[in-house]
Design a binder for this molecule. Structure first.
Ligand code: FMN
Length: 439
């Protein structure tokens, strides 16, 4: 009998680590904000808690091929948001190895691969959290609404070396804790994507200028992790923007070139996303179409067959498809906007992506992938929010906390719950909203 989700059930083997994910689903990174936090004592920050373990135990039951954690900060004073970020900083008095081992055990308990996402926010951090951010150059992030940003101090070469060491240290801790790999967050306007974009990288040394120079730090981190971990089966992945959607921002042509460098560097999979806090974006379609017709025809393979538009789902799927045609080994994960099993299966069967990344649908329904694979669900749960992406992000963050606390998950497909949530948020806004923006 024809099984519409058969393509999603196929295992996928990564080219460099040789590891196999049991199916074509990836739980995309979502900042959990469930670590310990102390306002005045940074040494009491960032430790995984029982809530975090419960959250990953829950997702583990969902039959997801690959589980990526929310972004883990590599420097305790450079947090992505206020509050309860996870942190692995070699300067903290304890590395929390036991706690991370518990998280790995929970996430892997039903056969998923578990990957820890590592991040440094660079300049993209509210002035209330870090008034003295560090970044490739002193290009300040424009203020957005109520959120102001400090003028960043350009990193010295020693500062860059220190950042490389810190990413490497955090990866080694996760490796010792039993994680199957790491993902470097080089998307959404954070430090590594600030290095990649001309707009934010004005350096004239070997970390700025040409695209290869702008990718230098990322490539150094990958090489350093390989040297430190000494385990070829440890997965290294990168989350990369298809484009920043800002003038002088990282663009599609550059993204393809960087992805090729990452393939040479032995990156098992590249997760494709887009946009930054400065400018969110939800589609690569127009830009890829533009490339196709006018832009850089040399980037378009002669047998390029655009992904069938009528069955399109997913914000960056056109870019993912184009990227796939430029890579020989690394796998491509398309994340963002997938909501139906048909749309997900089409993206895989039509060759637009190797793997489907899901974030918000898995906070409303942590077992959604299992139910899709069993043929019991065809569509992710909807919601009754007015057209406001930010509210949806905050709502997902609230659902994450509920799962971590063992509470019932609020059903936002219920208009009453939505109204109550919005009323609550209006009291807590702008703090909640601005915090939620730092993704
Ligand atoms: C609450 C929340 C937290 C997020 N935190 C992160 C993060 O830590 N790292 C990251 O790369 N993306 C983060 N994202 C973005 C998601 O990984 C994903 O790219 C985005 O939500 C689009 O996928 P979706 O349409 O399936 O939700 C976050 C999203 C949400 C809703």
């Amino acid at each position: 009998m024809f099984d519409p989700v058969e393509p999603l059930k196929q295992p996928v083997t990564f080219p460099f680590s040789g590891r196999t994910a049991k199916n074509r689903f990836l739980k995309s990174a979502m900042s959990e904000r469930l670590a310990t936090f102390s306002t005045f004592d940074p040494s009491g920050r960032g430790q995984p808690t029982e809530e975090l373990v419960r959250l990953y135990e829950t997702w583990a039951k969902g039959d997801i091929g690959i589980i990526v954690t929310g972004n883990i900060q590599i420097k305790k004073d450079h947090l992505e948001a206020t509050g309860r970020n996870t942190i692995i900083d070699r300067d903290l008095p304890s590395v929390y190895l036991q706690e991370w081992t518990e998280v790995a055990r929970a996430a892997k308990s039903q056969g998923s691969l578990v990957i820890g996402q590592l991040n440094h926010p660079g300049r993209q951090v509210s002035i209330n959290i870090q008034p003295y951010p560090e970044a490739p150059s002193d290009v300040e992030q424009p203020s957005t609404g109520d959120v102001l940003f400090g003028r960043p101090t350009p990193l010295t070469k020693d500062g860059i070396k220190d950042i490389v060491d810190r990413f490497t240290y955090a990866a080694s801790v996760l490796h010792r804790a039993g994680f199957d790999g790491v993902q470097l967050h080089a998307a959404h306007g954070y430090l590594l994507s600030q290095f990649l974009a001309k707009r934010t990288n004005m350096r004239t040394d070997e970390y700025g200028g040409s695209l290869v120079n702008r990718a230098h730090i990322l490539l150094e981190i990958i090489a350093a992790i390989r040297r430190a971990v000494q385990n070829p089966s440890f997965i290294i992945s990168v989350k990369l923007n298809s484009q920043d959607s800002i003038p002088e921002g990282f663009c599609i042509e550059e993204s393809i070139m960087v992805a090729k460098l990452l393939e040479i560097a032995g990156v098992d999979f590249i997760e494709v996303s887009g946009g930054a806090y400065e400018q969110t974006t939800r589609s690569s379609r127009d830009k890829v179409t533009l490339l196709y017709f006018t832009g850089s025809p040399e980037l378009i393979p002669s047998d390029y067959k655009p992904y069938t538009v009528e069955t399109r789902e997913g914000y960056f799927v056109e870019y993912a498809e184009l990227l796939r045609s430029h890579l020989n080994l690394s796998k491509v994960v398309a994340t963002g906007g997938f909501r139906t099993s048909q749309g997900m299966a089409n993206a895989v069967s039509q060759g637009a992506a190797d793997i489907i990344g899901l974030a918000r649908p898995l906070t409303a329904e942590p077992l959604l992938v299992r139910d899709i694979l069993r043929g019991e669900k065809k569509t992710a749960k909807g919601d009754r929010f007015p057209e406001s992406p930010m509210l949806r992000f905050v709502a997902s963050a609230a659902q994450i906390a509920e799962i971590g606390n063992g509470q019932d998950i609020t059903d936002f497909d219920n208009a009453f719950h939505v109204a109550r949530f919005i009323a609550k948020m209006q009291k807590e806004i702008p703090a909640a909203i601005s915090e939620a923006l730092f993704l």
